[in-house]
Design a protein around this ligand. Structure first.
Ligand SMILES: [Zn+2]
Length: 128
């Protein structure tokens, strides 16, 4: 596969950082997250977890990024791209044309490993 996939990162770990709430695509800030809870909800974080005192970052770490059997990077990338498509005009302007290509490439990667999504809590793009 061609190496056309973007590097997408979000910065929510340090509220004193000037990049806090930003989403970067290939190292460039493209979007500022307005509603953090809404953003984390993409990954299955719920209001009841919030009430129970679960921190969203801990949830993400536990569910998706700490050493587990599965690598959920692809699932998360798909979700963030879909989020940006809906919420970020700047993203659409700059990457709108490449979006479909990225998503289908990610879908291909995901299709190679269906067991990943069988355990994945991301909705609605995953079906575990
Ligand atoms: Zn998944």
């Amino acid at each position: 596969m061609e190496n056309t996939l973007p590097t997408i990162t979000y910065n929510l770990s340090n509220s004193s950082s000037e990049k806090y709430r930003s989403i970067e695509v290939n190292g460039e800030i493209i979007h500022w997250i307005e509603d953090i809870d809404k953003f984390y909800k993409l990954f299955g974080y719920s209001q009841s977890m919030k009430k129970a005192g679960v921190l969203p970052q801990e949830f993400i770490l536990d569910e998706f990024t700490s050493s587990r059997e599965y690598d959920f990077t692809v699932c998360m990338q798909i979700q963030i791209i879909e989020y940006l498509r809906i919420n970020s005009h700047a993203f659409l302007l700059k990457y709108g044309n490449q979006c479909e290509e990225w998503l289908s490439a990610l879908e291909e990667i995901r299709a190679f490993n269906p067991s990943v999504c069988a355990t994945c809590k991301i909705r609605p793009f995953c079906c575990g």
